[in-house]
Design a protein around this ligand. Structure first.
Ligand code: CMP
Length: 144
């Protein structure tokens, strides 16, 4: 297994419900480390750009409207096998199908309002991290 980085977004309903800490704690307690973080209220253009891969999907308008409905908490997470690990910790896209104990099972409301986003592959992780963070904004976690 290799050390990887992946993009994580805590979505508007979870930020609104004051669940940032509870969700970050899930990642930290299960082997992932925050190496960049910022709160941001995405514009429509930013949301359309970030989710461009879904632009032909029937739910695209709803997705953009929702992700711009309030601030989101955007992070780069690092760890062994971080892309798959993050997806395990999040659970299935649809909270109704997410395994017990996963973030989406515990906090998600619906397939659209599903608490967190996470990159799905190495190339998307690289692109998604670069979409939000410049190189100098992602920290190597050294101490002393
Ligand atoms: P996310 O991981 O952010 O990536 C794209 C998002 O589209 C996904 O989470 C879901 O929230 C959303 N999505 C996927 N399928 C549907 C759907 N059928 N209806 C509404 N939203 C959807």
């Amino acid at each position: 297994m290799a050390t990887q980085r992946t993009l994580s977004i805590i979505k508007p309903e979870a930020v609104h419900n004051n669940n940032i800490g509870a969700i970050v704690s899930r990642f930290e307690s299960q082997g992932l480390t925050v190496v960049a973080a910022r709160m941001q209220h995405l514009t429509k253009a930013e949301a359309e750009g970030f989710y461009a891969v879904h632009k032909e999907r029937p739910f695209f308008g709803e997705l953009v409207e929702y992700i711009t409905s309030g601030p989101v908490f955007i992070m780069t997470l690092e760890g062994e096998n971080a892309i798959a690990r993050n997806r395990e910790i999040m659970g299935a896209t649809n909270p109704a199908e997410a395994a017990p104990g996963t973030i989406r099972a515990d906090f998600g409301e619906s397939i659209g309002v599903n608490t967190v986003h996470g990159s799905d592959a190495e190339d998307t992780a690289k692109n998604e991290i670069a979409f939000f963070f410049q190189d100098g904004q992602v920290c190597n976690r050294c101490y002393k």
